[in-house]
Write a protein that binds this ligand. Structure first.
Ligand code: PLP
Length: 451
């Protein structure tokens, strides 16, 4: 099949024989990371040169394949900005955090993040094929000393085994597809042995940084562990090449559904038109846009942040304007461990007892009549309602809707709002207790009323 997508190689690599260029091992061992190496491909700005010469900055490494996608004459090239550091990385900003998603706090064992009721994030390596400058895990990623730890892996497996509500395990890192294939296969096999683990997922940018890694041998191994889903990470249409298209074709032919997670980045893809081309090209290579993330409050990434309004504007420009399955969900991963929160324009304008008022992408305002008679399904005979799995302490808004909870209140809410009207203070204890529980010593506020 002739592919409409380009294939590029920077002039400095023109003499590399194809057997080497298309060998992922050659690509990995020829990654560029110094001023001298990178300057053979693009001429660096002062700011880039300064960052590349600074010790202690987040790791730099770029595959020859990926650096070849940069237009050497454009200092604002969108691929360049993702992988070449600038001195802006050294600038702190308000609200900057090291672990902005509080992943470490949500880890019952090292490297395993259990944030949501039925799924876990398993960090299986700190290594990537190349390093994104805005990495949300730059606190741990890239450290060449930290490799796969057998002891931690066994602890992670044990935790998943004894936690039956986990039905979805997401492998990430670092990039799981950079692992030694035998190690990766062992992880998949051990997870597959756990009966309650229904779905496996891998988050990987290898198809984008190192598409030659997606060999038939690899996909034959991966497809033994179905159902397996993969999310890749493409931010700009320039990353969609003949090589990426081929890698995605191999993965989808192995029965692996592909999604894309991108990050909204200032100067890279903060534009409705770029985003529309990106999602349309993604679906051409059978990758479904999944999430578009607001940039996290992570150290070194301040210059990539956009206002949230930009993300809303992008979704406004996609929904209705292009194929529904090409529209990602825009997400703020809430600082402090709040988790992923979907953000979108408002389409529901108002409602009354009978009608809801809605608007479409064109601004056409319509109404939907609510049914006058509605016989809901009967939860007392519904087998799913009868066997619903408990989510201890995690019923949330759903718990309010199903009638079992009346409110959710912040910690100390009662204390803050106790003005003495319905409660009283016990004489000898400095503690507020509800009326009826105490022993009847009334204080000023209520006794005043009784006059
Ligand atoms: C993103 C994430 C997941 C997966 O979230 P989905 O919305 O199911 O894709 C799971 N655990 C953690 C900690 C995450 O950050």
């Amino acid at each position: 099949m002739p592919t409409p997508f380009p294939s590029r190689r920077a002039p400095v690599f023109a003499d590399v024989p194809d057997e080497k260029w298309f060998d992922w091992r050659w690509q990995l061992s020829h990654r560029l990371n110094t001023v001298e190496e990178i300057e053979q491909v693009i001429s660096l700005t002062e700011s880039e040169r300064k960052a590349l010469s600074t010790r202690g900055l987040f790791r730099v490494d770029i595959t020859p394949y990926f650096i070849s996608l940069i237009n050497p004459d454009d200092p604002n090239d969108p691929i360049r900005k993702q992988v070449i550091p600038t001195d802006k990385e050294m600038v702190p900003f308000t609200a900057m955090m090291e672990d902005s998603l509080a992943e470490d706090r949500h880890s019952p064992v090292p490297g395993l993040v259990h944030r949501y009721p039925d799924r876990v994030l398993m960090l299986v390596t700190t290594q990537c094929a190349s390093y994104c400058r805005y990495c949300t895990r730059s606190r741990i990623v890239g450290d060449p000393g930290a490799t796969f730890s057998r002891a931690e892996f066994e602890m992670q497996i044990e935790y998943i085994k004894r936690t039956p509500q986990i039905r979805d395990v997401l492998l990430s890192g670092g990039d799981p597809l950079t692992l030694n294939p035998r190690v990766l296969e062992e992880i998949l096999r051990r997870l597959r042995e756990i009966p309650h683990v229904e779905v496996l997922r891998i988050g990987s940018r290898v198809p984008v940084f190192l598409p030659m890694r997606i060999t038939d041998e690899l996909t034959e191994m991966l497809q033994k562990y179905h159902p397996l889903w993969i999310n890749i990470h493409v931010n700009h249409p320039n990353e969609i090449t003949a090589e990426l298209a081929e890698a995605c074709d191999r993965l989808t032919r192995a029965g692996i559904p592909l999604g894309n997670q991108s990050v909204l980045l200032a100067g890279v893809n903060d534009c409705v038109h770029i985003q529309r081309k990106l999602v349309q090209d993604l679906v051409r290579i059978r990758v479904r846009p999944y999430y578009l993330y607001q940039c996290d409050l992570v150290e070194g990434a301040g210059h990539f942040r956009t206002p949230v309004a930009k993300g809303v504007e992008i979704i406004e420009g996609l929904r209705g304007h292009t194929s529904g399955f090409a529209v990602p969900q825009y997400i703020i991963d809430a600082p402090g461990g709040g988790g992923k929160i979907p953000i979108q324009p408002n389409y529901l304008l108002s409602y009354s007892g009978h009608k809801v008022v809605v608007r479409n992408y064109e601004g056409f305002v319509s109404t939907y009549e609510e049914p006058t008679e509605y016989t809901p399904h009967d939860p007392t005979t519904c087998p799913y309602c009868q066997n619903k799995r408990p989510e201890p302490g995690q019923t949330g808004i759903t718990g309010l809707l199903d009638g079992e909870e009346m409110f959710i209140k912040p910690e100390n809410f009662d204390l803050v709002h106790d003005r003495g009207g319905t409660q009283h203070r016990l004489k000898d204890e400095k503690k507020w207790v509800p009326l009826g529980i105490g022993s009847g010593h009334r204080e000023t506020a209520t006794s005043g009323d009784e006059k």
